[in-house]
Design a protein around this ligand. Structure first.
Ligand SMILES: [Cu+2]
Length: 139
């Protein structure tokens, strides 16, 4: 049983790394871009909240918000915070921005609105960006 659980954890870690090392595309300045997508579903659930990234390479973050609420993408430790606009009626809204993580190791991100109770019931919404990939391997 334990072996099976460990295998599942290892498999999900591999897919996590595979996700983050998907080929990006060159930005106008020639830098390699890391493309990450987060989706916020009803109940403030996040699809793939944890991703692995390389440091010091731009990250294009695309956040698809299917809820009718404002959220934020906030990394307190790095003084990064962006407002995520709510869905437009039944159409999910996409917010895109770029950032570069000039650090190494796990970086926690969270929404600062969800725990406030502004949406009704207080929730936690967030994840971890693991800045652990050797940037030379990002194509
Ligand atoms: Cu939120």
């Amino acid at each position: 049983m334990l072996t099976r659980v460990l295998t599942m954890v290892a498999a999900s870690l591999v897919s996590l790394l595979a996700l983050a090392t998907q080929p990006g595309h060159a930005a106008a300045n020639g830098d390699r871009m890391q493309n990450i997508q987060l989706t916020i579903l009803a109940g403030d659930r996040i699809v793939e909240p944890n991703v692995a990234l390389a440091p010091n390479l731009p990250v294009r973050l695309t956040i698809i918000n299917a809820t009718r609420e404002f959220h934020t993408f906030t990394i307190p430790a790095l003084h990064i915070s962006r407002l995520i606009l709510p869905a437009d009626g039944h159409s999910a809204r996409t917010t895109t921005f770029t950032l570069t993580l000039d650090t190494w190791g796990p970086v926690a991100w969270r929404c600062i609105i969800c725990p406030s109770g502004e949406h009704g019931r207080k929730r936690t919404m967030g994840g971890t960006f693991y800045v652990i990939i050797d940037r030379s391997t990002v194509t």
